[in-house]
Design a protein around this ligand. Structure first.
Ligand SMILES: Nc1nc2c(c(=O)[nH]1)N[C@H]1C(S)=C(S)[C@@H](COP(=O)(O)O)O[C@H]1N2
Ligand SMILES: [Mo]
Length: 448
């Protein structure tokens, strides 16, 4: 491990496209002034927007007590729901400009570049709606279980929430995450390349408990001759086939996320949690589960969520989200303001179980070092990795490569294209490359 220089460099977030022109100008001015100052003094620096207040060395702030050290602070926020600091207001979910024509059938992306650890705050969880979101009255919501069951049933929320519950941490990734990058570099930041990804603690009842209570016919028990269909209560007719194997294993009917009821945009009051499987199967506003003896081939399993293969055939039911990782900082759109030590950090995940190892390269894949995995390392959950990076100012290409406990290794983009072609949308788990220029600017590139 390289010796840690006394001065710590910092990463500056890119000014975002949704700030007002005035805010953008202010951010640009602050940053330019700050970078000049930082370069002139050769000093360690803070986030650009805070530079003017802090000063490079900070003696003033330590010796002269500010108002918040001498005056009376604000009263308890006893009523209401707590909000993030006003200084953090640039950290927002964002829509990728021009990606969709109507925002009721759209995506908002999680700002992975600004998050720590493995849990996604509920208000920054990505959203994907096919027909807009609803805030459904839980006293009116029902879940029906029917089909090949001895006793079809309709449950109220109260009845479900009296059942034995379990809480588990899992990632959810839209199958289309990184889908814009199949044909080449398309978007500038990790928010847009990888932000259809979140990880939360879900609480609910195992689907197996409900199937058991209704006397579901599980067939041979192999899971290959019985399936369940999950249906949502919004207007998108979102219906997905789930294998009985998964249904009897770890699929949950969840009402809570991160210790509170689900947010409306994430399916309040009830959603399916299908660990390791693409987001589209995590049906929101869940209203019905049907047991049957063959896959349903619904519109979202025939027209959408199929993989266009190089021979022009469409591959159906690619459900597992394969092993994948991404460096979240430094990442595209950020700027390193100084040479020296940086904590390089990122996320790794696999729909097949735990992450075994993450390797990091800073020279475009010629040399690799093994990163530290931070605990907990949970199955089908995001795993945080960290590694020391001392930047000497020369150009660098930053990459991470994850290996899961099933032995699967994250592929290079050209290895993936050799098998999958370039006309797919879904299931791009290729190694992400970020190029670091001598100016300190970080951008999205593809390395073959
Ligand atoms: N009822 C319903 N469920 C749905 C969808 C939807 O539009 N309606 N979108 C699906 C898709 S494609 C994804 S990726 C996930 C997104 O979940 P989120 O909005 O909580 O992030 O929900 C899935 N479940
Ligand atoms: Mo999705």
């Amino acid at each position: 491990m390289p010796a840690r220089p006394p001065v710590m460099g910092r990463v500056v977030p890119a000014p975002e496209n949704h700030l007002s022109a005035e805010e953008l100008r202010a951010a640009g001015t602050a940053r330019r002034a700050f970078m000049g100052k930082a370069l002139a003094m050769g000093a360690g620096v803070g986030i650009a927007g805070r530079a003017a207040a802090t000063g490079p060395k900070g003696e003033k702030q330590i010796l002269e007590l500010p108002a918040h050290s001498t005056g009376l602070g604000q009263p308890v926020a006893a009523r209401g729901y707590g909000q993030p600091s006003k200084w953090e207001r640039n950290l927002q979910r964002r829509e990728s400009p021009g990606l969709t024509r109507v925002s009721a059938a759209s995506v908002s992306f999680t700002p992975l570049q600004g998050l720590f650890g493995i849990i996604t705050p509920s208000g920054l969880h990505f959203e994907r709606h096919h027909q807009g979101w609803w805030d459904i009255d839980p006293s009116q919501h029902r879940l029906m279980i029917n089909g090949l069951v001895e006793a079809p049933r309709v449950y109220t929320m109260d009845e479900l929430m009296r059942m034995p519950s379990t809480s588990r941490i899992h990632f959810i990734e839209c199958g289309a995450n990184t889908g814009m990058e199949w044909g080449g570099v398309a978007v500038p930041t990790v928010q847009y390349t990888h932000g259809m990804l979140s990880c939360c603690e879900y609480t609910g009842v195992l689907l197996s408990t409900l199937l058991d209570a209704c006397g579901a016919d599980i067939g041979s028990g192999t899971g290959e001759d019985r399936y369940v269909l999950a249906e949502g209560a919004d207007g998108s007719s979102m219906t997905r086939t789930i294998s009985m194997k998964a249904a009897l294993d770890d699929v949950m009917v969840a009402w809570a996320m991160n210790g509170e009821m689900l947010r409306p945009e994430n399916g309040y009051p009830l959603r399916l949690v299908v660990p390791g499987v693409q987001g589209v199967s995590w049906v929101k506003y869940l209203r019905r589960i049907e047991v049957g003896d063959r896959p349903w081939d619904t519109k979202d399993e025939v027209l959408h969520y199929v993989d266009m293969m190089p021979d022009g055939m469409l591959r159906q039911y690619t459900s597992i989200q394969e092993v994948k990782s991404v460096i979240t900082s430094p990442s595209g759109g950020q700027t390193l303001l100084d040479h020296g030590y940086y904590n390089l950090t990122g996320l790794a995940w696999s729909g097949r179980g735990r992450i075994e190892r993450v390797d990091v390269s800073t020279d475009g894949g010629r040399n690799w070092r093994t990163a530290r995995l931070e605990s907990p390392v949970l199955p089908k959950a995001l795993t945080r990795f960290n590694i020391d990076f001392v930047w000497d100012g020369s150009p660098a290409i930053l990459q991470s490569r994850a290996i899961d406990e099933s032995g699967h290794v994250q592929p290079k983009i050209n290895q993936l294209r050799a098998v999958r072609g370039t006309r797919s949308i879904y299931h791009n788990n290729a190694i992400q490359s970020w190029r670091l220029l001598p100016s300190g600017e970080v951008g999205n590139v593809q390395v073959y």
